[in-house]
Design a protein around this ligand. Sequence first.
Ligand SMILES: Nc1ncnc2c1ncn2[C@@H]1O[C@H](COP(=O)(O)OP(=O)(O)OP(=O)(O)O)[C@@H](O)[C@H]1O
Ligand SMILES: [Mg+2]
Length: 499
Amino acid sequence: MSLELKGITKSFGALVANDGIDLSVNRGEIHAILGENGAGKSTLMNIVYGLLQPDSGEIRVDGKVVTIHEPSDALAVGIGMVHQHFMLIPVFTVLENIVLGHESTSKIGKLKLSEAREKLLALAADFGFEIDPDAYIENLPVGVQQRVEILKALIYDAKVLILDEPTAVLTPQETDELIEVMKRLRSQGTSIIFISHKLREVKAVSDRITVIRRGKVVASADPSSSQEELASLMVGRPVNLMPDKKRPNPGAPILEVKDLVVLDPSGRPLVSDVSFTVHAGEVLAIAGVQGNGQSELAEAVVNLQAHIRGSIELGGVQLIGKSVHDSLHEGIAYVPESRELDGLIGSFSIAENLILDTHREAPYAKGITLSPKAVATRAEVQVKEFDIRAQSIQDPVTSLSGGNKQKVVLARELSRPVKLLVASQPTRGLDVGSIEFVHERILAERDAGRAVLLFSTELDEVTALADRIAVMYAGKILAIVDATVSREELGLLMAGVKK
Ligand SMILES: Nc1ncnc2c1ncn2[C@@H]1O[C@H](COP(=O)(O)OP(=O)(O)OP(=O)(O)O)[C@@H](O)[C@H]1O
Ligand SMILES: [Mg+2]
């Protein structure tokens, strides 16, 4: 099936998110869309999938104009989508999620539970996925949740599959597996629209690339273009993909973690006997395959984990036993892994989200209320500095694009005068230009004498920023190595192999 978009235009108030976009996707083609945070990629895909209505323009399937008012219309003509933020319901099972929302849609027919189960199992077997139809979504790793999303599209015979940043939350291994699935679908004639900020993958898998900037198509690029070429097409200027790192000048110990144990509610250790020190003026990266205790360790440092034992000292002050608020107040800036859940308050404005931790302090607090002027002044400065693409700082933070939400958390946390920065996956979902900026900013924090504890599953990021690298495996720190370690050795350590 071929898909053609002609002159798609969509405005939100004064902002033109899509400005006369033309795009054609051939049968059996992987077509990548590249663009900065806020360029309009998700908006365009939501239009194709029927979640948004365009102001003007048309969508053609195999040459014929189609009307898509809602997702069931899209599915009926063979268009499926996996969203940037998963749309599954955590307390429902895999099977329930798959039939959900389509029970009443006559156009694609009612799929009975028993029928759906059979189709699901057949499809999963076909792709070599291990899926338990009765497992609850909330108990599944993200990589598996995403497969459920993909199967949900395929079970309704999607011939054009839209994948909006599918790899942002995947481990490198899960990404490789997804790429295999994409190639397999392509060989069966399915077309894929692939959105990603990771240029390495885009080059590896796509047949054609379209670049969007500020709502307009600005270029078509060949997958053989270099990462630098693609980056500058996207951002409109040259991008330095590798930050310049000065020699480290480590000072006194700032964070000292000793014999730390984190247990799950049933008493099983998630982090076992972990000890390390981060000095002033140093970046210590915690690397490892996702799910080896890094998230729990990051949360433990700011007291977001309940069952912990051992010692965590910040500048000589014991943090264990303190509340999250008091721990942060000892001088920690914290960029959480899941900002949608922990980093932002959706119903608050962008400006309010920018002062979440400091709202009780001057100059923002005025008695028990906030000073709107002080809040706005600070927000304007940060929006500019971090290039947060927003129409108004008074808009709800939910109106921002995925990457721009992330920038709100970063702007808030990287602007606080602290001793220690704890950053979990700080550049997840960011475009290459923003990654360049955040990397420079993290190194500036280090050069200003702060201690930085970085959690990242991106090897390139770890080696670019870290002075020392601690590799976690099965809840333990397997080794702490110098940042000059080779990619191969790091890969082996991450797989649990110690020489
Ligand atoms: N419901 C909405 N109301 C107001 N503005 C919106 C809404 N949805 C999107 N926008 C704006 O439209 C622009 C395009 O957003 P979109 O989500 O399409 O970007 P994107 O290219 O997917 O970015 P990212 O890479 O960060 O995911 C942004 O400036 C965003 O703030
Ligand atoms: Mg998006």
